[in-house]
Design a protein around this ligand. Structure first.
Ligand code: F6P
Ligand code: MN
Length: 294
């Protein structure tokens, strides 16, 4: 079944939006071979922008603007929320190319999207949908509109074909722990040690979208915690935590910032960072229990 057929029951504007984003991601995938060089600019977080980061951002902005469906667009590569004079009223958040430091070594990277009705400065649990496209050996598109989590593979004719419907996160013993161990906060260290003592194995590629995708399919937990000197962590609430957390929560998992659900957090600013725990309910409950006891 093709993506557009799978979305047949969906609200027609939301369907058009998801299909439009999927189409733009096909363009991004095609750009990988020819646009690999480093640019000389930094984004608002002081990270070096790859030429591909900037280009993917431009292509998504242009296509979403042209769709007429989007009023507010927040991009990880832009300092401010963009506002379009549009008939549609969707708010979209995007990390155009997550994990882009891995492009040079040919590991999987992806595009992460959150979809709201109206402004995007709202808690993640008000999203009407979220999706990501993972550019690995295969290009896959995973989406939810709060009716299950579904995954599609881009075939050689350029169609996204259903690969797995109603994905549920299984129990699993892998963990993807970001940050430096010597800078862990006490509760986090205790939790990591608990997982290690249970035999959890590390699987951390450096591409958030790919690492969470693996957790979605194999179980376990991804974390980029707050740490000494950077208590809010590294990753971003609007562009990374919320959309990927929303997908995993819709698949039966959960999210936390250490003491509560990420998806209930009211953002204070567009580029806010947040400690991230995304994965199975058991692992998420354990970090919150440890932190509350401390
Ligand atoms: O977008 C930021 C990011 O590249 C994520 O994809 C990834 O999880 C993280 O940073 C890796 O950070 P570090 O280089 O500190 O391990
Ligand atoms: Mn990112």
């Amino acid at each position: 079944m093709k993506l557009d057929e799978h979305l047949a029951e969906c609200d027609s504007d939301l369907r058009r939006l998801i299909i439009a984003i999927g189409n733009t991601c096909k363009t991004i995938k095609k750009g990988f071979a020819s646009r690999q060089s480093c640019s000389d600019t930094e984004n608002v977080y002081g990270e070096k922008q790859m030429a591909l980061d900037k280009w993917a951002d431009e292509v998504l902005i242009a296509d979403l603007k042209a769709s007429g469906l989007v009023k507010y667009l927040a991009s990880e590569e832009q300092p401010e929320i963009l506002e379009f004079d549009s008939a549609g009223n969707f708010g979209v958040t995007m990390d155009p190319l997550d994990g882009s430091s891995l492009i040079g070594v040919n590991l999987a990277v992806g595009t992460i999207i959150g979809i709201y009705r109206g402004n995007v400065l709202a808690p993640g649990n008000t999203m009407v949908g979220a999706m990501y496209v993972l550019y690995g050996p295969l290009t896959t598109l995973t989406y939810t509109v709060k009716k299950g989590v579904h995954e599609f593979v881009l075939d050689t004719s350029g169609n996204f074909i259903l690969q797995e419907e109603n994905i549920r996160i299984p129990d699993g013993k892998i963990f993807a722990p970001g940050a430096l161990r010597k800078e862990y906060l006490p509760g986090h260290l205790k939790w990591i040690e608990a997982l290690e003592s249970e035999g959890y194995k590390i699987r951390f590629s450096g591409s958030f979208v790919a690492d969470v995708h693996q957790i979605l399919h194999k179980g376990g937990v991804f974390t980029y915690p707050g740490y000494r000197g950077k208590e809010k962590g590294k990753l971003r609430l609007l562009f990374e935590a919320n959309p990927m957390g929303f997908v995993v929560a819709q698949a039966g998992g959960a999210t936390s910032h250490g003491t509560g659900d990420i998806l209930t957090v009211m953002p204070e600013s567009v580029n806010q960072r947040i400690p991230i725990y995304i994965g199975g309910k058991r692992e998420i409950q354990l970090i919150e229990k440890i932190n509350k006891e401390a």
